[in-house]
Write a protein that binds this ligand. Structure first.
Ligand code: FES
Length: 154
């Protein structure tokens, strides 16, 4: 039986995860993954890191920011790499995040409908700048003059 490979060069890891080597260096510079160095100062990635790279890529594909991914990976005990159960949990958590983003985008899209053909870009009445008339929640009176919201309509 063939012995399972435990460490991979950057080229091997990049090929296995279908990313550029520069992407792995970037992930590493952001603290998302780590490598060990050989005596010749070459990177070696542990086999478990390949799963982390796949998790990062999958999360990025669904629009999760690197900061959010880093925070999620930091929740793993003892800095360990995500296992199958972790991925189940993270993907469930990110599905909820994605739902929130979809709802927000849908709301923005609905608000954009009111702008089509308008062109006012008014901080007071354009729903992109003032969804649900939030400026009114600041109180009565000329809030733009009192609080200096200003209006960028020209
Ligand atoms: S541009 Fe948005 S309502 Fe006028």
């Amino acid at each position: 039986m063939e012995k399972k490979k435990r460490f991979f060069t950057i080229g091997e890891a990049a090929k296995r995860c279908d990313v550029a080597t520069s992407t792995l260096r970037f992930y590493e510079s952001k603290g998302l993954i780590a490598s060990i160095r050989t005596h010749g100062n070459q990177r070696r990635y542990h086999a478990a890191t390949l799963r982390t790279i796949s998790v990062i890529r999958a999360a990025q594909k669904i629009g999760i920011s690197l900061e959010e991914i880093k925070d999620a990976l930091a929740t793993l005990p003892d800095n360990r790499q995500p296992n199958k159960k972790d991925w189940e949990r993270l993907s469930k958590q990110w599905a909820a995040t994605l739902d929130q983003k979809i709802n927000e985008m849908q709301r923005l899209r609905d608000n954009l409908d009111t702008c089509i053909g308008c062109g006012c870009l008014s901080l007071k009445s354009c729903r992109i700048f003032n969804p649900n008339d939030e400026i009114a929640a600041h109180g009565e009176g000329p809030r733009f003059l009192i609080e200096g919201f200003g209006d960028n309509a020209e």
